[in-house]
Design a protein around this ligand. Sequence first.
Ligand code: GLA
Length: 408
Amino acid sequence: MPAPASSPGSSPDPAAALARDPNALGARLREVSQEAAARPGDVRVVHAPGRVNLIGEHTDYNEGFVLPVAIDLGIAIALVPTDDRRVEMTLAATGETLGFDLDAIGAKRGAWIDYVAGTAWALAERGVETHGFRGVLASDLPQGSGLSSSAALELASSLALSGGEVPALDRMTLALTAQRAENGYVGVNCGLMDQFASAFGKAGHALLLDCRSLDHRAIPMADPDLALVACHSGSPRKLESSAYNERRSQCEAAVAEIARTDQGVTFLRDVTPEMLEAARPRLDPVVFARAEHIVHENARVLAAVAAFEADDLETMGRLFYASHASMRDLFGISSPELDALVEIAAGVPGVIGARLTGAGFGGCTINLVRRAAVPALREAVMRDYPGRTGLTPRVFEVAASDGARRIA
Ligand code: GLA
C-alpha cells in the first residue's frame, strides 16, 4: 500500500537498505531537513514490522482467532521532532515529500500520507498529545505483498508523532488506535490482526490473539530447523478493498440469519458447525460457504496452536493446506497464482505446509519449511511458477521479530 519498496529476493534496493540502517536513514534526514541538520542530536529512528499470518484468515472481524508473526521487514522513520505542529515526511525511495498540519488534519487525500494523518487523527481522538516532526521513511516490505505495510506505517507514525517514543498508551490501545485510523480515516474496514501484530511482535514467537476478549499469548517458535518462507506471487492484490468489504457483509448476513433462531449469536465466532448446518436451508449458498470457512478456520487456529506446542508438524501442515483449500473453495479469496504457489510448494519434500497469507486476491503465500529444504523450495518456485503464470515470483525467508519500537 503506502510506501514504494524494495524486494527481498531480487536486486538490492538502496532505499530498502535504509530501512535496516538507522544511521544511514538519519543521515538522509539531515540531507533533506534543515531542522535535522541544525539539531542532529535530536534525530531519532523508529521502526514497525510487517507481518505474515500463520493461520486464521478473515477471522479477526468475526471476533475469532488469529496467529500472526511480526517479521523482520518493515517501515523505519528517521525524524526530528519540531514544535510547529507541522508534519512533513519524505519517501526515501522517491524523494516525494508530503505533509499536513496537526491542528488542521482535514480529509484524506488518497496518498500514503493518509496513514500518517489518520494516525494523528486517531491519537487526538484518544486524547493523546501529538508533536510535529520532519521525517524520512524507508520500507523493505515488498510493495503489494500483503505483508501489512499499512499497519507498519500506522504504528511507526504513532511513535514518530509522539516524539520518537512509544505513545503513553498500553500496546493494545495503541493497536486499536492504529486500526481506528484505518477504519475511521483511511476508510478501510480491516480487523485488528495487522496492527496487533505490528504492536506486539516478539522475536522468535508467533502471536495468538482472541479477537473477542483481546487476550493474547506469544507462542515460541523455537525449532532452529524450521524456516518461514514467503513466496510473493508478483500479482498485485486485485479488487482487494471492495471484495474484502463484500466478505465482511456476507459474514454479517450469515450472522443475521442464524441469530433469528439462535439468539446468543452476535458474530460467526458464536456459531458451531452444528448450528451452521442447521441453518443451511435458510442461507444463500455463497453466504453459507463464507460462514463455513470462518467457523472451521477458527477451529483450525486453535488446533494449530496445540499442534505447534506439541511439535506435531504433520498436523500443522495438514491445517495449513486445509486452510488454503477453504480460502480457495469456500471464502473465494485465492487466485490461480496463489494456488500455483501452494501446489508447487506441496510437491517439495521438506515443505510442511503452505497457504495464502493476509487478505488474499494476490500477494504472498506463507510456507512452513524444514530449513534444509529452503533452497529446494526456492528452486522449484523459480523454475515452475513463471511458466504456469507468466509472472516473476519472489521467495524470501522471514524471521519472527519484535514489534514497533525506537531503534536509534
Ligand atoms: C487484512 C486485514 C486484516 C485481516 C486479514 C485477513 O490483512 O487488514 O484485519 O482481516 O486481511 O485475515
